[in-house]
Design a protein around this ligand. Structure first.
Ligand SMILES: *Cc1c(COP(=O)(O)O)cnc(C)c1O
Length: 357
């Protein structure tokens, strides 16, 4: 048996959201926070056109896409670093700080990829328990030691959907030493409607140790193509760019992302529809008697504790795939109205059955 790194024996495996099919053939995938809409015709066209060039390597610097992002957010070209999905950009960030003894602080539970990426990069995870369903920024600030290299703040938080507000986040940033990188993971930024939830891009501009992570996978509907990015001051962005695997962002992902930025009006209309459905789903769940934390993302969170796996099984019977975290709770993406209705039916039936028992 070849000898591998010891950490691989204990590293948690990433569990992707699954699809399920009901006995009657219905299948609603509400387990991966994807966009429920078919790709836009203009984006499909750009991909089809781009397919004519796939015998060539992609532009390694992704110049067009980097320019389009820089222009869209009014940031310097040099402040943008791309990756094959923002998970990969997060991995690159861990690579920039990961070495024996380096600590990375993040809330728990939060995005499942953080512990995995920390282990892979040889960094030590420091998990700070959520306070209820929210980031405990005070405890996170206290968890920072001279060994801390990086802090992740997932805003809104996956899987609880809760958000950190402007006042508490700026107060937190003021407490973080300048040599500690703070990453604001804003994969769901486009779904945020609460004006007190800050746009990380307004916070990074005068803070050289703050980086903002964004993705084309969720609101932009390009999950299958893998493209995400980071915006940070030049020393941070340049360091992250050093860790990219050459040609990581493929040509089709680049052209599709550029086309998506051009189609933002159409895409924001879709985001708005999801936000309306989010309100409808949350209110219906509350009317059924559930506790549902306020969510600014494209999913809701139900803290089910020991009933989590039963609940996921009950949803599967209705053809609804949710994302269970055994012993903790279930995250349910907002889909189209039909999928959401199927989920609400499953939730109501589960309640009736378990309340009656
Ligand atoms: C979905 C998600 C991402 C984005 O993943 P991609 O690699 O861009 O598809 C990043 N962070 C969080 C918290 C997420 O939920």
């Amino acid at each position: 048996m070849p000898r591998f790194r010891q950490i691989l024996d204990t590293m948690p495996a990433y569990k992707p959201g699954k699809a399920v099919v009901a006995p009657d053939g219905r299948s609603f995938k509400l387990s991966s926070n994807e966009s429920p809409f078919d790709p836009l015709p203009s984006v499909v066209e750009a991909i089809a056109e781009g397919a004519r060039q796939i015998n060539r390597y992609p532009d390694p610097g992704a110049t067009q896409l980097t320019e389009a992002i820089a222009e869209r957010y009014d940031v310097p070209f040099e402040h943008v670093a791309l990756g094959a999905g923002s998970v990969t950009v997060a991995q690159q960030l861990f690579e920039t700080v990961g070495e024996p003894g380096a600590e990375v602080v993040y809330a728990w539970r939060s995005f499942e990829a953080y512990p995995l990426l920390a282990d892979l990069a040889g960094a030590t995870s420091v998990r700070v328990p959520l306070a209820g369903e929210d980031h405990d920024l005070d405890a996170m600030a206290k968890a920072i030691t001279p060994a801390t290299r990086m802090v992740f703040v997932c805003n809104p938080n996956n899987p609880t959907g809760t958000s950190v507000r402007r006042a508490e986040l700026t107060a937190f940033l003021d407490r973080v030493p300048e040599d500690v990188l703070v990453v604001l993971d804003e994969a769901y930024r486009e779904y945020v409607r609460d004006e007190d939830v800050p746009d990380g891009l307004t916070l990074y501009r005068d803070r050289p140790n703050v980086a903002v992570l964004r993705t084309f996978s969720k609101a932009y509907g390009l999950a299958g193509l893998r493209v995400g990015y980071l915006i940070a001051h030049e020393p941070v962005a340049a360091t992250v760019r050093k860790t990219i695997i050459p040609f990581a962002v493929n040509h089709l992902a680049q052209v599709a992302a550029v086309a998506s930025l051009r189609a933002e009006d159409e895409l924001s209309e879709r985001v708005e529809r999801v936000v309306k459905e989010r309100t409808r789903v949350r209110e219906a769940l509350i009317a059924q008697g559930w506790d549902v934390p306020p969510t600014e993302a494209n999913f809701v969170w139900l803290r089910l504790g020991e009933r989590t796996l039963d609940f996921a099984a009950a949803c599967a019977v209705e053809g609804v795939a949710v994302r269970p975290f055994a012993g903790e709770g279930a995250r349910v993406s907002i889909g189209d109205a039909e999928a959401n209705d199927a989920f609400l039916t499953a939730a109501a039936r589960f309640r009736e059955r378990t309340q009656g028992a």
